[in-house]
Design a binder for this molecule. Structure first.
Ligand SMILES: Nc1nc2c(c(=O)[nH]1)N[C@H]1C(S)=C(S)[C@@H](COP(=O)(O)O)O[C@H]1N2
Ligand SMILES: [Mo]
Length: 541
């Protein structure tokens, strides 16, 4: 194994495993920018126009395949050289692999579609390759090199000795020690080759898996881009003028879909193919119903702004957002299926196995519970549940808002439980009345004198009738409410304060549409949502 080809093989396999794992990571973190294709993209970008035209001319639509094959070949050669260099001088191969990593990082940096997460892949690729190479070197190659050098020395010595005995050359007899060494080296070589084979197989599997995963999300992203959402039969009520207060730092009335909070148990965002997707109604119904995406889009849709929130949201936290949802009222689907008497729950199930148990009533009364297909005028993003999800006003997401929806089972609370219930969360999850101070933030240093504090308050389904603030433990003062879009959305509030210089504490509470004052009792999110008044501390200067 002293031969260069073994070291080259080690370099090749270690780099292959690193690159394949990097690709696999990238398939999940940044499907639009794999490190290898980012390097390819960068090469395309750097090639002079004439060369590009020449390549297209010569290879036609196969140009990208040719480029990729060339890259694989070049990378293979470099990886082989890294191994060989590592034999010549410890650390040299590592430097070459590190240089690969830097090229990968640079390629990601110039790729417009790459997110910050995309940088992880080249780092992981180079790190894994270096780590493996150093392990292989210590485990197999170094010893072998030492053994080889020892036996060469001995052979040279024996040759010299035998020359001394008689003038003519004769084959040196093999000593028992030499024979033991030879068989030890053969065993070690076999282990080395098995290890290399395993590494190569791992690289092939990881590389193959990465292309399959990437293809799935790319295909679905493309399908999504072609979707034309139907016009709602009942369009959303227009946003009243003045619903969005003009105060720097206040939460936007409609949440930017890009920054809308995301909570789910999915390690990998499910890429659900809308061409083959269906949703079924099963369980305690007169007739089971199956709908595909086209059939769902053809249903009479409603559109409305609805604020949804997560049960894990802390007092003052950001796991709440407001969007304009487009969907088919789920009560119409359940009516078509014919709910049997005795049912009191609908267990919605997603393609990834998550379930939510929603009171049947919340899906059949006159609220805007829907199988949503659109968010703010666009098809749902993959992250928010493409192609379809549940939205139920007034209930926390964990008992209602199933994304990547595939089944609605009409059942009972006695017979079934949603995902979070056996884990200690309440079976019922109405959203608690909540209010938040957005301005000033804790630790802010506004100027003393007149100051406008502002924020949002929500009690979906009940609406908000008042918001009050208390400064420095004083009495509750009414804030001015902006007009709400509807009772299912949060509402903005503001209040003018006269601040003396020095430290202050500001508290907020809301009163819901039924006149119930938001409780001051502190509660942690588990088991049914946090409560207590949001408080900020700041210093006027
Ligand atoms: N498939 C699936 N749907 C899910 C969840 C999940 O883990 N898996 N989490 C729920 C929870 S706890 C919340 S708060 C909402 C969040 O929806 P969003 O990520 O679109 O904001 O999704 C709900 N739907
Ligand atoms: Mo949640």
């Amino acid at each position: 194994m002293q031969a260069r080809r073994y070291w080259g093989l080690a370099g090749l396999v270690c780099v292959a495993v690193g690159v394949a794992l990097g690709e696999l990571l990238a398939a999940f973190t940044s499907p639009a920018a794999s490190p290898v294709s980012a390097v390819g993209q960068a090469v395309i970008g750097l090639l002079p126009g004439q060369v590009k035209e020449w390549a297209i001319h010569l290879f036609g639509t196969a140009d990208k395949t040719v480029l990729l094959l060339t890259m694989v070949l070049v990378m293979g050669l470099l990886a082989f050289s890294a191994g060989v260099l590592e034999k010549a001088r410890r650390g040299m191969g590592m430097v070459l692999i590190g240089a690969f990593g830097v090229v990968g990082l640079a390629a990601v940096a110039v790729n417009a579609q790459a997110s910050i997460l995309a940088y992880a892949a080249p780092i992981v690729a180079a790190g894994v390759a270096m780590g493996l190479l150093s392990w292989v070197r210590g485990r197999f190659l170094d010893d072998d090199l030492a053994l080889h050098q020892a036996s060469e020395l001995r052979a040279a010595k024996m040759a010299a000795d035998s020359k001394g005995v008689s003038g003519k050359q004769k084959t040196p007899t093999r000593t028992p020690a030499a024979i033991r060494e030879t068989s030890a080296r053969e065993a070690s070589r076999r282990k080395f080759l098995v290890t290399m084979g395993t590494g190569a197989a791992l690289a092939v599997v990881a590389g193959g898996a990465s292309t399959i995963f990437r293809r799935a999300s790319v295909v679905v992203t493309e399908l999504r881009a072609m979707v034309r959402l139907p016009m709602p039969k009942k369009p959303a009520a227009p946003i009243p003028a003045g619903a969005q207060l003009d105060i720097p730092g206040i939460t936007s009335l409609v949440t930017d879909p890009e920054t809308f909070y995301r909570i789910d148990t999915a390690l990998v965002v499910p890429a659900v193919n809308s061409d083959t997707w269906t949703v079924k109604v099963t369980g305690m119904v007169e007739r089971e119903i199956t709908l595909n995406y086209a059939q769902l889009l053809a249903k009479p849709m409603v559109e409305e702004h609805i604020t949804i929130g997560c049960v894990s949201n802390e007092v003052g936290g950001g796991l709440v957002g407001n969007a304009r949802w487009l969907g088919w009222p789920v009560r119409e689907l359940l009516a078509e299926a014919g709910v049997l008497p005795g049912a009191d729950m609908v267990l919605s199930r997603s393609t990834d196995g998550f379930t939510a148990g929603t009171p049947l009533e919340a899906m059949t009364d006159d609220r805007n519970s829907m199988i949503a297909v659109g968010m703010d005028g666009e098809p749902l993003s993959l992250v928010h549940g493409y192609p379809a999800r549940m939205v139920v006003p007034g209930l926390y997401g964990y008992v209602s808002a199933t994304k990547w929806l595939m089944e609605l089972k009409v059942t009972t609370f006695a017979a079934d439980q949603g995902y979070w219930t056996p884990l200690g969360w309440s079976a019922l999850g109405p959203i608690k009345t909540a209010s938040r101070i957005d301005v000033p933030r804790s630790g802010a240093k506004p100027s003393a004198g007149q100051f406008t504090a502002a924020g949002v308050a929500w009690a979906p389904e009940r609406g908000i009738s008042a918001v009050e603030v208390a400064l420095d433990g004083g009495s509750w003062v009414k804030a001015t409410l902006a007009e709400a879009i509807n009772k299912d959305t949060w509402v903005q509030w503001k209040v003018s304060l006269d601040l003396a210089a020095g430290g202050h504490e500001l508290k907020v509470r809301a009163v819901d549409g039924e006149g119930t004052v938001q409780t001051a009792t502190l509660a942690a999110p588990a088991p049914n949502g946090a409560s207590g008044h949001h408080t900020v501390n700041f210093t006027a200067q």
